[in-house]
Design a protein around this ligand. Structure first.
Ligand SMILES: NC(=O)c1ccc[n+]([C@@H]2O[C@H](COP(=O)([O-])OP(=O)(O)OC[C@H]3O[C@@H](n4cnc5c(N)ncnc54)[C@H](O)[C@@H]3O)[C@@H](O)[C@H]2O)c1
Length: 451
């Protein structure tokens, strides 16, 4: 919405949320305290806030004034009830549609921006149609326009998208939304489809991206015992234009709020339509991702002869990828929890993730509490020198550029022997560790000599 406000100064953009704290944070004058960290977002907000970009909890007024409403609420995997563990929970979509149906005035275009199961637009239409029956002055058009941005590069992706999708039937509504996008996106990048193709394209894009990560991670595990190097393999296969070079970085597994949720959603839909083999095919992508995290924590523990109890292990990076503060489904969570359960004392560093976020994740009710410096504990740190002192191992989980500048020969002097570096992102050159006493494991390359 900040990008729409930037490129359409004549349009008033109002962001509403039921969460008052979030809206307060979006209105915080100190833009370093915005709820989301994305490069360039603070500048857009500073420039346009309270000019044509507003953040408010006044949902009734905002909807009643709107010509177009974008529904961008959360659609997480259901935790209980029918389809639990797979299907998307549409209760927030439903409540948003009910609010729009109640408060809208005149003609309103409702755009489904959240990622949703195929045919969710039908649910939205049904809710909206009911209110039309009560009030003949209200009319609605429902469009699907899923969001393809990637966290970490969100502003860039929104300013210069590969494509934008508009799914729908009402040609006039499609034209209006298309005009809005055309303020900064070339017309040929705006694809018009039917509603269901648009909804399914978003799920399919994420399924393909997740599948690519699980594929390269699967091959990384085959590289390690065979002497192949995943970087070389990725370069070799990526040169084939049919495969392409992007998204071929092996790592600790995919995270973020979308990939797993959208895969589970596809699996659920396939089973719903009786496509068991197709469901099993996509389910393997999720299982491989779980396995990659488990195999990494296992090999760390096995490197210490089966016990990490009371070992000081430094976790570098907790966000699910660099340039974001998002920790949802981050592989760091599963790996850290496994190590804490095995008695390790973790020191966790991340340039953008706060101690409060770690608290919410690592001290949640059904997990171990923070028992600082006892067996199985975690400590937040923003001081790498202190963290490395007497550390037994450094585990790189997020590929922050900060970690490329670590002086390993200096740092290794403060570590306890035998010292280890586990590079789950493959960002450290073996040559940087030459001459140190550090034992080294790198994803897709395996255990390496450092001296
Ligand atoms: N985060 C991403 O990178 C990304 C990328 C593409 C698509 N998506 C999709 O966009 C949607 C939102 O994702 P997110 O990461 O921003 O989720 P989020 O959980 O961070 O934010 C959703 C917000 O919606 C608010 N909300 C819920 N019900 C509401 C209602 N009835 N009225 C007003 N506000 C309400 C919540 O309070 C919350 O602040 C999801 O469907 C997701 O799959 C996300």
């Amino acid at each position: 919405m900040s990008v729409i406000a930037e490129y359409c100064p004549e349009i008033k953009v109002t962001v509403v949320d039921v969460n008052k704290d979030k809206i307060n944070s979006w209105n915080n004058m100190d833009c370093s305290k915005l709820p989301v960290y994305e490069k360039g977002l603070d500048l857009l907000i500073k420039k346009n806030r309270n000019k044509n970009l507003f953040f408010t909890t006044d949902i009734k007024k905002s909807i009643s004034e709107a010509d177009i409403v974008f529904i961008s609420v959360n659609t997480p995997t259901k935790k209980r009830g029918l389809g639990a563990g797979y299907a998307s929970d549409l209760k927030w979509i439903e409540s948003s549609a009910r609010m729009v149906s109640e408060f809208a005035c005149g003609h309103t275009i409702v755009v489904e921006k959240s990622t949703v199961p195929v045919r969710t637009a039908e649910l939205i239409k049904k809710i909206l149609t009911n209110s039309i029956n009560n009030d003949s002055n209200k009319t609605f058009s429902v469009l699907s326009s899923p969001e393809f941005l990637a966290e970490g590069t969100a502003i860039k992706d929104l300013e210069n998208p590969d494509r934008v999708l508009i799914g729908g039937e009402d040609q006039s509504a499609i034209k209006q939304l298309s005009f809005l996008y055309q303020k900064w996106i070339p017309k040929e990048k705006i694809f018009v489809t039917n509603l269901w193709s648009s909804e399914l394209s978003k799920l399919t894009a994420n399924a393909f991206l997740a599948q690519r990560i699980s594929s390269i991670n699967a091959i990384s595990s085959l590289c390690e015992p065979t002497g192949a190097d995943i970087k070389e393999v990725a370069k070799a296969i990526g040169a084939d234009k049919r495969i392409g070079e992007k998204f071929l970085n092996a790592g600790p597994g995919f995270g973020g709020s979308c990939f797993q949720k959208d895969l589970l959603n596809i699996i659920y839909l396939c089973r719903y339509y009786g496509l068991e083999e197709v469901a099993n095919y996509w389910e393997q992508v999720v299982l491989l991702n779980e396995w990659q995290k488990k195999r990494i924590s296992k090999l760390i523990i096995e490197s210490f002869f089966g016990t990490v109890a009371f070992k000081k292990l430094v976790i570098l990076g907790f966000a699910f990828k660099s340039n974001t503060n998002d920790t949802r489904e981050s592989p760091a969570i599963a790996i850290s929890k496994e190590l804490i359960e095995n008695g390790a004392n973790l020191y966790i560093h991340d340039p953008q993730v706060s101690e409060v976020q770690l608290n919410d994740i690592l001290n949640e009710e059904n997990f171990i509490s923070n028992r600082d410096n006892c067996e199985g504990s975690w400590t937040y740190t923003n001081d790498l020198d202190r963290a490395f002192r007497n550390a037994d191992a450094i585990i790189i989980i997020t590929e922050w550029s900060e970690y490329l500048n670590i002086n390993w020969s200096e740092m290794s002097k403060n570590m306890r022997q035998p010292a280890w570096v586990f590079d789950t992102r493959g960002i450290i050159n073996e040559s940087d560790l030459f001459g140190t006493n550090i034992n080294f494991w790198k994803v897709g390359k395996g255990f390496l000599e450092s001296s």
